[in-house]
Design a protein. Sequence first.
Length: 418
Amino acid sequence: MRYLIVILYICVLLLYLNEADIQCTKAYSIICYIQGQSISPTNPFIIVNSNQTKASSVIIFDGQMPIMPNTIFLNNPQISTISINSMNLQQIAPDNFANGGNLKSIIIMKGMIKTLGNGTFKSCTNLLQLQITEQQISFIDINTFLGLQNLQILVLNNNQISSLHPLLFNPLISLSVILLQNNSLNSLDSTLFVKNTMLSGIYFAGNSITDLSNDLFKNQNFKSGSIDFSYNYLTTAQSYGASTINFSFNKLKTFYLSSGESTINIRNNFLRKIICPNSIPTVKRLYLSNNSLSNFLCIRDMVNLTELDVSENKYLIKPTKNTFMKLTKLMILTMCNMTKFTSIPAKAFVSTQNSLYNLRVDSLSSYKIVKQLLPQLTVLAINTLNKNCTYLQSLKTLLKNQSISMNYCAIEDRNRCN
């Protein structure tokens, strides 16, 4: 009888171990790391944790799980965060998250998912963050995001998404940040974000978008928000009143300001002009290098500027005595590789007072009075190429005496004269 009891005990133990085949490789407090395991969709998903605590965060990585078991959340309802990384996941079925009502965060990276289907996450009513990146997603069903009324962050970077249904994001009424970077989008419907009034962060860099509707963000208030449409194919754009704006590496010829902008990056375009609003521009940092500007119109009225970079605008005319008159808050001025002039002329740094303006000064002595026009200036980067080191050292000393650091635009000048 004793031997029979032992045999039965061993059988029960083996049965338990067969079911409880998900071992926490590492376990810290309520976080369970499951590394390098092959997870079958047919076996019950029961986590074995050496410290006997029930993990609320599960991180599964560097193994095999082409199909998710439907029992992950059935057997572990306490899970609030799940991360699946490099598990060769090929699909997500609606039943996979049927018991995921306690989930707050879903992160799925580096897999082979091609589509997101109807109602995939409808049971995840408490979800705050959804991140599905580095997949092969090319199709998203119009009802994929049903039930996610509390979702705040959506990340779909590095996929193959070429179109978005105009009603796709309507259920996401709490959405504040959306990232669809490095996809294949070429257009966005003007009503795409009509229901997402809480949006404050838009990141669509690395697509093929050629045009943006003026009404695209008409229901949003971006006073403290960010917009990033860098690395697209836009020829004209507006700021939409966002605080931080990035439209670098497009094909922009014209850019329209609204109001409320703080930082604008529109480097590496074909920009010919900036259109200012009727009100005083609020821009503090403006990066315009490598464009086709020919004048300082609009820029010279940005009285709040603290940093300005207009380098490599080969058509930009020389600054005059009035160019920087209003820019009294400017702290960093960069004007490198300006082919029309080799250095800022004396007039640009001479006060508007006639008595001082009429003084005849050479290009070096003009820098003695920089602080009179730009009292807050701390860094000045100007063309120095082909200047001898004696001149550059003298210029550096003149600026240093006014608490201004001189930056060399050309590495060869820095190496040659330092």
